[in-house]
Write a protein that binds this ligand. Structure first.
Ligand code: BES
Ligand code: MN
Ligand code: ZN
Length: 512
């Protein structure tokens, strides 16, 4: 998908297959809709009056309006004007793109981002419109016998129309939005690919392909022998049950040296000038292992690598945007399978940090692979470490599919991540992480148990991870409910790529 910006005072002269204009409830036209209405001698107002209620997400295609160069004008409902907000813009843009796809057009122009919004500058408006457009044109067709070309959206280009003085900011927002959308699409593709294709080896190859495409990216893919040499006994205990070879992937975005900004003085809250480290859970299939899961929805456990996929998607966006500071990505990837060699309940394993772990349930494998990756992260002297994992069903129970669970004891880091989530419409909700919950992880036979019983399951999972994060500022994102959708619309969502990229963009802004 291509995007560009355009400024125009005379929208009615814009030549395009489809022009999107916003309509508020109670017959209130956006300035763009008003322009078209005047040029067409009241055609828009007449239709709005008789048959368009302008609820959020509603759209209506008008063809060949007199005095208007666009072949189609698409009216887009934006709801009540006084309630207009960023989420409405995104919904409106999605509705517009859906109408364009349905009409089989190859290019279109949207005026939605031109509409002013309280506290949301044009850069953020265009960014979120571009994300919504990229999101709405994603289609999965990698594993159909005959990929049906007719089902693929023909829409290849979307122009965002903005006011003349806003062109430069709009362009920046557009680049950011496009990079985020493309990162999300990679994340979605990896999540949706079947587990017999998207194996740990495949994730490693994907990382290498990314580094071949973006020369600034460096990648190292460690194989079993190298992982053994590092002493990642906990990670390897999970990998043991599967025929698929594990991979430990290290990505490095160095940040263009010339653009590197002066370091802020090192301190506990600023975290110094080390890199941000993103750590992804990459279980390419989670059968539960010997503590096997029920059959009914086990196929969905192919999504158990969405944390890893979001790290790769975020790196794709980072490389595209060429952000001026260092970011490291770590992915611990293997399958969780039952077999004669598999990890058993009761086994005690030794982590890279030296802590012993009593495995009481082999289905709590995410924390077992992540803990060694978190220990590995220490060597980068990070400013902050954020892990991303489809870690617990309990998080889905607590927060559903709306918010990602955020766990950290660092209030500044929590605020930054929550803010980034709100700004990118990829929200997180802070959950508790107090020492009192650590009690539940006591073991009679090792330093720590890998489960804490039914109460507060997502919190005790985070508590487990926290034991391995004492050397740096750390936050954990549980994306079990937000990385993918079940049911009829089953598929990966590309979350939390928008949140992560926004967090990094905000960090850049605060350092400039
Ligand atoms: N990958 C699952 C968590 C999960 C569940 C993700 C549902 C997405 C949807 C994780 O490895 C797991 O199995 N967790 C267990 C932990 C339990 C055994 C303590 C769970 O949540 O049931
Ligand atoms: Mn599991
Ligand atoms: Zn899992």
């Amino acid at each position: 998908m291509e995007f560009s910006t355009q400024t125009t005072a005379s929208l009615h002269q814009l030549k395009t297959a489809a022009l999107g204009v916003g309509i508020f409830a109670d017959g209130i036209l956006s300035p763009a809709a008003d322009q078209i209405d005047r040029a067409s001698d009241g055609a828009v107002r007449a239709v709005v009056k008789s048959e368009f209620r302008a609820t959020v997400g509603e759209s209506l295609v008008l063809r060949n309006l007199p005095g208007v160069a666009a072949q189609r004008v698409v009216l887009i409902g934006l709801g009540k004007q006084e309630e207009y907000k960023a989420a409405t813009l995104a919904s409106g843009e999605r509705a517009f793109i859906a109408a364009c796809v349905k009409a089989n057009v190859t290019e279109a122009a949207s005026s939605l981002a031109a509409l002013p919004m309280q506290d949301v500058p044009v850069r953020a408006r265009v960014r979120s419109a571009a994300i919504a457009a990229g999101d709405a044109t994603y289609r999965y067709d990698a594993t159909f016998g005959k990929p049906d070309k007719d089902k693929r959206p023909k829409l290849k280009k979307v122009v965002h129309v903005v006011a003349a003085g806003e062109a430069a900011d709009a362009k920046t927002g557009l680049q950011e939005g496009r990079a985020i959308a493309e990162g999300m699409n990679l994340t979605k593709l990896l999540g949706n690919l079947p587990p017999n294709i998207c194996t740990p080896t495949y994730l490693g190859e994907t990382a290498k392909r990314l580094a071949a495409e973006f020369k600034t990216l460096k990648v190292e893919v460690l194989e079993r022998k190298q992982i053994e040499a590092l002493g990642m006994g906990s990670f390897l205990s999970v990998a043991r049950g599967s025929e698929e070879a594990p991979r430990f992937i290290v990505l490095r975005h160095p940040g263009s040296a010339a653009k590197k900004l002066a370091a802020k003085p090192a301190g506990k809250t600023s975290g110094g000038d080390g890199p941000v480290v993103l750590v992804g859970k990459g279980i390419t299939f989670d059968s539960g292992g010997i503590s096997i899961k029920p059959a009914a929805t086990m196929d969905e456990m192919k999504y158990d690598m969405c944390g890893a996929a979001s790290v790769l998607g975020t790196f794709r966006a980072l490389a595209e945007l060429d952000l001026p500071f260092e970011v490291i990505g770590l992915i611990a990837s293997c399958e969780n399978m039952p077999s004669g060699k598999a990890l058993k309940p009761g086994d005690v394993v030794t982590s890279m940090a030296g802590h012993t772990i009593e495995v009481l349930n082999t289905d709590a494998e995410g924390r077992l692979v992540l803990c060694d990756a978190l220990t590995y992260a220490e060597r980068f002297k990070p400013a902050a470490v954020i892990d991303i994992a489809t870690l617990t069903g309990a998080c889905v129970v607590a927060l559903g599919h709306v918010n990602t669970g955020l766990f950290t004891q660092d209030d500044d880091l929590a605020d930054s991540l929550l803010k980034a989530g709100r700004a990118s419409l990829d929200t997180a909700w802070r959950m508790p992480l107090e020492d009192a919950y650590q009690e539940q992880l006591k073991s009679n036979f090792a330093d720590i148990a890998n489960i804490g019983g039914p109460p507060a399951g997502s919190v005790t999972a985070a508590c487990f991870l926290s034991r391995f994060t004492k050397a740096y500022r750390w936050a954990h994102l549980d994306i079990a409910g937000t990385a993918w959708k079940g049911g009829k619309e089953k598929g990966a969502t590309g979350r939390p790529v928008p949140l992560l990229v926004q967090y990094l963009l905000d960090r850049q802004a605060s350092r400039a």
